[in-house]
Design a protein around this ligand. Structure first.
Ligand code: 6MZ
Length: 365
């Protein structure tokens, strides 16, 4: 179990031991975790040590590692993405990718060394952006990650292939093609994700690749309206691909929700464009620490809970956000202002909704 800090730790430490036992025992699905954002700090430090044996760490890399170790403070979400070049400098070889993936899987799926019987989650859909470096091609990167994931049973772990908003058309095409080919070859790829800096990229050209992925039987999840700078056109392009799940959706307008979500009342008209209920991937600590929401009280999770719309509770990036599945669930159960003050029954219902939103379900096979 990772060491946690910040809002998740505050919520967890406010709970009585019985509540913690209850939360630990709930089967949870972690459906929104970025591989390179979820590497345990211990593994990062080991990789840095190893790296420094054959070439010195640049000052930028050394400084970012120190920030990750001592606790990253962000002024806004756009300060978050510059952390990754340093992490990528440490995970550029197939060996380092294997070590990192193994450590991430263990941290989510193996019972913790602190004596707790339950792993952080019962089921993990780990996502990662296939990266070409001077040591490997994208295909090798994915193979290394899948080799580690497939050490676990299919009921426990699967892979979502991410495409980054900054990618060229050719790069997106390659990632989606690899994902489809690997799925068709029996590898455990279950979906495609669109992620990356919300300020970057034009989503319109992505749509034909995303629709192709859906047509090939892959689940689709997209980071959408994560910042105030995301335009309606940006969200419309992503929603036009009929995603099964939405990451964050923090600033999705009420008009778009009404048009695209069958369960949200649509004023003035009887038709709903898509008549679907894409599950919203909610990452409470991530949103608070990136300052895209001012407080738990103001968090959009309340809107979805009120409308009984499917949600799943996720960690996003446990490394910079210093959280865990348990910590995020603690924020549901803890009393305000540390948590939302939900009842145990409601928290159990939310956990079940998460399990139901997994891509690896019989009708997706
Ligand atoms: C958007 C995010 C993210 O793919 O190299 N990533 N994209 N919003 C977020 N919320 C704060 N958190 C992480 O993992 C790291 C990559 O995931 C994306 C970023 O593109 C980051 O480079 P992988 O395993």
């Amino acid at each position: 179990m990772p060491e946690i800090a910040g809002p998740a730790a505050a919520a967890l430490s406010s709970l009585c031991p019985d509540d913690v036992i209850f939360l630990r025992s709930l089967p949870k699905a972690e459906l929104h975790a970025h591989l390179n954002g979820s590497i345990p700090i211990k593994t990062i430090l080991e990789l840095a040590q190893e790296h420094s044996h054959y070439s010195a760490l640049t000052p930028e890399v050394a400084e970012t590692i120190e920030r990750l170790r001592s606790g990253v403070i962000l002024n806004e979400i756009f300060d978050f993405f510059p952390l990754f070049p340093a992490i990528y400098a440490l995970t550029s070889t197939p060996e380092a990718v294997a070590i990192s993936t193994r450590a991430v899987l263990q941290s989510f799926l193996n019972p913790a060394s602190d004596g707790a019987e339950n792993p952080q989650c019962a089921y993990l859909e780990l996502r990662t952006t296939p990266r070409a470096t001077k040591y490997m091609m994208r295909e090798r990167y994915l193979t290394v990650v899948l080799d580690e994931i497939e050490m676990y049973p299919a009921t426990q772990a699967a892979l979502i292939v991410s495409v980054d908003r900054r990618m060229s058309d050719l790069d997106v095409e390659e990632c989606v093609r690899l994902a489809i080919e690997m799925k068709n070859n029996g590898r455990r790829v279950v979906g495609i994700d669109v992620c990356g800096n919300p300020r970057k990229g034009d989503m319109q050209p992505f749509t034909r690749h995303l629709s192709r992925a859906k047509g090939a039987g892959l689940g689709l999840t997209v980071h959408i309206a994560e910042s105030t700078e995301n335009t309606t056109e940006d969200s419309l392009a992503l929603l036009s691909c009929r995603p099964d799940r939405l990451g964050h959706a923090t600033f999705l307008s009420d008009e778009l929700k009404a048009l695209f979500f069958a369960d949200i009342p649509q004023p003035g008209t009887e038709c709903s464009l898509l008549s679907e209920c894409p599950c919203i991937e909610i990452c409470l600590s991530s949103n608070l620490l990136c300052k895209t929401v001012a407080s738990l009280d103001a968090h959009h999770i309340r809107y979805y809970l009120k409308n009984d719309h499917p949600i799943v509770i996720c960690t996003d990036d446990t490394l910079p956000f210093r959280t865990s599945c348990l910590g995020e669930y603690a924020m549901l159960l803890a009393q305000p202002p540390l948590g939302l003050g939900l009842s145990r029954d409601d928290v159990a219902r939310v956990a079940r909704m998460g399990m139901d939103a997994a891509f690896l379900r019989p009708h997706h096979d």
